[in-house]
Design a protein around this ligand. Structure first.
Ligand code: GLU
Length: 449
């Protein structure tokens, strides 16, 4: 490993020892970059990596809200404006009890390189709160979102920082936050948030974009291998927007998603979770209910349910973790390899622990990394920003065509970057190198700060 790269990784391990998820992502990304840093000794002199692992700005704020019984609750809000070299900070908000600085920084580090991969002018940002939306009423969610935006609105804007959704934040929450921003600022700046509803500046396909994009990326991998999607079986984890998009697109392309999972376990549906209109409607209902239970699907459609388990022991052609970070650990990776999975596609950010990912990369399968596979989500967010700034709305066909082309570009740029450095068809390293190169060149051009 390049000595400068190794030193920066060691420094992060010491300095951020209480943020293990951040250490994990820094180690994963930087360990791909040795050949690039070898070729660019000027990066060390400019301490480019040291600057890259330090957020430009990161802040926390108090978010107080009153529940339906009149009792006040205090949560911590976060926003990290990590790297603005190639565009306004851009990235989602996550509302989940386990949110803390380490999770925000894992997500924002990934986001920075992912956003660069989209080819669009968006920098890296991320935020959220340790608020738990589970079991909260509509009115409580609204008051929380309003309070969150009241604390944040001064620090964001269409040319400054553009938040969006992530886990626990969907169209409903974005609506409340946009309403509060508009109320506080008294301006129509709908480019300040993405993932909006269609009546006030949302983009067609944003809800499906991450899942659709992942399937388009998969198509490119398959084509590279001279393979096709038709008739393939897929194990998916998760039950949210992303899993939903994958299922919908898989059905259209003639592939079959046989598992989905919730907080309580996973279901195995041999016929496919989108094999009837009733099942499709049920998936939508589940996505909206947010209670995270999948057992009802098994009861309703008479398929096996595996309480407390993850779907990685199922024999399929393609495995697509789409729930949350570190959902695939070494024991899961061993099962995936033993089952002869041919394509392992990370969809959730940092789906895989580093040891499990490195293990899978040595096996006879193609690995697609999250920051490339799931980039269609933020990619369509950037398209939403373009539509907002031009005050127009593109048709579904226009957005879909742009998304498909974007995913091909991301795949091809990653494959090319890996090849340039003699790494073969290594999409994990390729995505890291391609994303890094764009940010690095922009930072070098803009001087030292
Ligand atoms: N949270 C999503 C992601 O991880 C979307 C971010 C966005 O649309 O800004 O990329």
């Amino acid at each position: 490993m390049n000595a400068y790269v190794a030193r920066v990784i060691e420094d992060v391990k010491v300095k951020y020892k209480n943020e293990p998820e951040f250490i994990q992502t820094v180690e994963e990304v930087l360990s791909s970059l040795s050949p690039v840093v070898d070729a660019h000794p000027e990066y060390e002199k400019a301490d480019l990596l040291g600057r890259m692992i330090e957020p430009e700005r990161m802040f926390t704020f108090r978010v107080v809200w009153v529940d339906d019984n009149g009792v006040a609750h205090t949560n911590t809000g976060y926003r990290c404006q990590f790297n603005g070299a190639i565009g306004p900070y851009k990235g989602g908000l996550r509302f989940k009890p386990n949110v803390y600085a380490g999770i925000i920084k894992l997500l924002v580090f990934e986001q920075t390189f992912k956003n660069a991969l989209t080819g669009l002018p968006i920098g890296g940002g991320k935020g959220g709160s340790d608020f738990n939306p589970k079991g909260r009423s509509e009115a409580e969610i609204m008051r929380f979102c309003q309070s969150y935006m009241t604390a944040l609105y001064r620090y964001i804007g269409p040319d400054v920082d553009v938040p969006a959704g992530d886990e626990g934040v969907g169209g409903r929450e974005i609506g409340y936050m946009f309403g509060q921003y508009r109320r506080l600022k008294g301006v129509w700046e709908n480019g300040v948030l993405t993932g909006k509803g269609m009546t006030y500046g949302g983009s067609r396909f944003r809800p499906e974009a991450t899942g659709y994009g992942a399937m388009y990326y998969l198509n490119n991998m398959l084509a590279h291998q001279g393979d096709t999607i038709e008739g393939k079986t897929i194990a998916v984890s998760g039950y949210g927007n992303v899993a939903w998009g994958i299922c919908k697109k898989a059905r259209e392309l003639g592939a079959k998603v046989v598992t989905i999972s919730g907080r309580d376990g996973y279901i195995y549906d041999e016929e496919g979770v989108t094999s009837s209109d009733e099942k499709v409607a049920y998936l939508l209902e589940m996505r909206a209910s947010k209670n995270g239970s999948i057992k009802d699907y098994a009861d309703k459609f008479g398929v096996p349910f595996f309480p407390g388990e993850k779907p990685w022991g199922v024999k399929v052609d393609i495995a697509m973790p789409a729930a949350t970070q570190n959902e695939v650990v070494m024991a899961d990776a061993e099962k995936i390899a033993a089952n002869g999975v041919k394509y392992y596609m990370e969809v959730s950010n940092m789906s895989t622990t580093n040891d499990a990912l490195n293990f899978l990369r040595t096996k006879d399968m193609i690995v697609g990394p999250a920051k490339a596979v799931n980039a269609g989500g933020v990619g369509v967010s950037a398209l939403e920003m373009s539509q907002n700034s031009e005050r127009l709305v593109w048709t579904a066909e226009e957005v879909d065509a742009k998304l498909e082309a974007m995913m091909k570009d991301i795949h091809d740029a990653s494959a090319k970057a890996a090849e340039t450095y003699g790494l073969g068809y290594d999409l994990v390293s390729g995505a890291n190198i391609a994303g890094f190169t764009k940010v690095a060149e922009a930072m070098m051009a803009q001087g030292i700060f």
